[in-house]
Design a protein around this ligand. Structure first.
Ligand code: GN1
Ligand code: MG
Length: 361
């Protein structure tokens, strides 16, 4: 039995393990697909939790269990079919917990959902479905009885992310500050405007609601007919401004290039995707959103490329300690691509504002 197989053996899975292969493209955890031999045993997804980043695994899994339990209950009440395809199921380990600690690493296992796909890019039709789905996700979680912990404190707090960048600049641990001065200046020019959410929150005008907080397009599973099945990657579900889910989806889906595109001409903000996603999201979320939240959706669309630019740049300056990287300049390339996306989103802001106003009728 190899190491991964022996980890699986600590969980209450069915069947015999056939093979274990890497799965997906996440930048934080390590993910594997576990295939079983028997036709009547499901396949599984095994994950090594990055506990340098998610330091409180007990809280992390408690959040995820509360969220999946609540969604399952909602789907049951709605009389939904195929519930096991619409919400993740975590498998208990022999300790009774939904994670296993091997003395060095934390692991968890969920049931693999067959005949479902994730995508790195989606068209307008799929973006519309995704908008409806993330709006529904927030709506379903609006009355969750459990209090969710912040699995990463201040995760999408823009003031905090700027402080991290400024701290990184002050330390200049690997001597990279001088080559990135242009980006630092561009970031500082926008800093006040981009911290608007935190200000509105302090003034008591903007609420926090339970959000997904990592709505990258590849964190959503689609059925074969294109319908959204399930929202995955629940590690960061926590109270936040709804801007998180709206903005982060567009940061990935409305980008005509890749998150780490080396050719900046490929990177632009696609308004068709914006319109389709906003339409779907407003359809399912309009009932609970405040006018202030709705009118700031275009701000959210610019905020997330900005925040990601700040986070990638801070990691570059710190010497690449957070995100997985494939080559030494990777975080700088990502920073540049996110900055280009921000500029393009900024150019489209008036058009976004008009669209949002018109769709409210
Ligand atoms: C990380 O785990 P993954 O790859 O879905 C990150 C997100 C970033 C994203 C950038 C816990 O998401 O916040 O937006 O990379 N997750 C964490 O691609 O930091
Ligand atoms: Mg992911």
């Amino acid at each position: 039995m190899n190491n991964l197989q022996s980890i699986v053996s600590h969980f209450n899975t069915k069947g015999t393990v056939n093979e274990i292969q890497p799965l997906g493209s996440g930048l934080i955890n390590d993910t594997y697909k576990v295939t079983t031999l028997e036709a009547d045993a499901p396949d599984y997804v095994l994950q090594r939790i990055n506990h340098a980043i998610f330091q409180n695994v007990e809280m992390l899994q408690a959040n995820i269990e509360a969220v999946t339990r609540h969604i399952r209950k909602k789907l049951t009440e709605q009389g939904a079919d195929d519930i096991d395809r619409k919400v993740l199921s975590f498998i208990p380990a022999d300790t009774g917990k939904t994670y296993w600690y091997d003395g060095e690493n934390y692991w968890r296992i969920m049931t693999f959902i067959p005949n479902a796909k994730t995508y790195e890019t989606v068209d307008a039709e799929y973006s519309y479905y995704a908008g409806v789905a993330f709006g529904n996700f927030q709506a379903m979680l609006a009355d969750i009885p459990d209090t969710l912990g912040e699995t990463i404190p201040d995760f999408h707090n823009m003031e905090f992310r700027l402080k991290q960048l400024r701290d990184a600049v002050a330390a200049d641990a690997v001597g990279r500050v001088k080559e990135v001065q242009y980006y630092l200046d561009e970031i500082e020019k926008r800093a006040d405007e981009m911290c608007k959410g935190e200000r509105l929150y302090r003034e008591g005008k903007l609420p926090k609601r339970v959000c997904h907080c990592d709505t990258k397009v590849n964190n959503m599973m689609f059925d074969e007919d294109g319908k959204v099945l399930c929202v995955i990657d629940l590690d960061t579900v926590m109270p936040n401004f709804i801007f998180s889910d709206f903005g982060d989806f567009l940061r990935s889906a409305a980008n005509t290039g890749a998150e780490d595109d080396e050719n900046l001409d490929n990177v632009n903000f696609n308004m068709e995707i914006f319109k389709a996603f906003a339409k779907g999201y407003l359809e399912s979320a309009k009932v609970f959103l405040l006018p202030l939240e709705i009118e700031n959706l275009p701000y959210a669309a610019a905020l997330f490329p900005y925040m990601q630019c700040v986070r990638f740049l801070a990691d570059y300056i710190n010497g690449d300690t957070y995100y997985k990287t494939k080559y030494p300049e990777h975080n700088l390339v990502r920073t540049k691509a996110q900055f280009k996306l921000l500029q393009s989103a900024e150019e489209h802001t008036p058009e976004m504002q008009e669209f949002i106003k018109a769709s409210l009728g």
